[in-house]
Design a protein around this ligand. Structure first.
Ligand code: SF4
Length: 255
């Protein structure tokens, strides 16, 4: 071992000792450890910054708690904030991948959903599954929720006050899931989220910004079952999302 190398080691030992004397207990680290620690700290700071920026862009209803999805689900199961709580069989919280890039939002549960506690399980649900599959995804790849978690009697639209009471739950779901893409199914979710009282024909067909996510509205699957001719327009909407997500048409056609 050369004299210069031995001297360098001595200097390093002296420097470490000096730092310890000054209270720096974490000095006995290698260069790689130090870099990893710095990287981890930087990542943590970046995550905190991103969370702050995202939180600042959210509507007031979203800034309630930092619970997990399961915590929110438990709250919803006990909820009686609006009249729909009195007539429901089950709450319908939402289903799918909690880390989904794409989230679909409908208006509220129907009879089948109320009975089973899961969104989009009837005929409209089957069509939605087909739509998701046509995008090259499966139901378990996306997240599906509604504006209201309890069934409006007779399958009527949720009243504005019911939607207003229930929306903070959805906002908290969005805060947890942080999807990059949102697809509103029908006029009710599109109007409630965009706060615009326009027909679905005007709201669909192009992206809007919502909480930093790319938001696109399309026709509700129930409407498509009643009006099959509108399926072509809805497919155009889904292809816009596919294009932005970088998905390929599984049938090999150009998106
Ligand atoms: S619809 Fe929403 S706000 Fe109304 S009772 Fe059900 S969970 Fe609560």
């Amino acid at each position: 071992m050369s004299v210069v190398y031995i001297q360098a080691l001595r200097n390093l030992a002296l420097r470490l000792e000096t730092l310890k004397i000054h209270g720096h207990d974490q000095v006995a680290v290698t260069g790689d450890d130090w870099k990893n620690q710095m990287r981890a700290k930087l990542n943590k700071l970046n995550k905190k910054k991103a969370a702050r920026e995202r939180s600042a862009s959210m509507p007031a209803g979203a800034k309630v708690g930092d619970n997990s999805l399961d915590d929110i689900r438990v709250e919803v199961e006990k909820c009686q904030k609006c009249a729909l709580g009195k007539t429901r069989i089950n709450t319908v919280f939402g289903v799918g991948d909690p880390n989904a890039r794409l989230m679909f939002i409908g208006e509220g549960p129907g009879a089948d959903e109320d009975r089973l506690g899961e969104p989009f399980v009837g005929r409209a649900g089957k069509l939605l599954n087909d739509m998701i599959q046509a995008m090259g995804l499966s139901r378990s790849d996306v997240y599906i929720a509604n504006i209201v978690k309890c069934r409006p009697p007779g399958n009527r639209d949720p009243l504005p006050e019911e939607a207003a009471q229930c929306m903070p739950y959805l906002m908290r779901q969005l805060k947890m899931i942080r999807p990059e893409f949102l697809c509103a199914l029908g006029a009710v979710p599109a109007r409630n989220l965009l706060e615009k009282n326009e027909p679905i024909g005007k709201l669909r067909g192009s992206f809007h910004d919502f909480m930093g996510a790319k938001f696109l509205a399309t026709y509700h699957p129930s409407y498509l079952l009643r009006n099959p001719a509108a399926k072509a327009e809805s497919w155009k909407d889904l292809r816009l999302i596919m294009n932005e997500m970088g998905l390929k048409d599984p049938r090999g056609k150009n998106v």
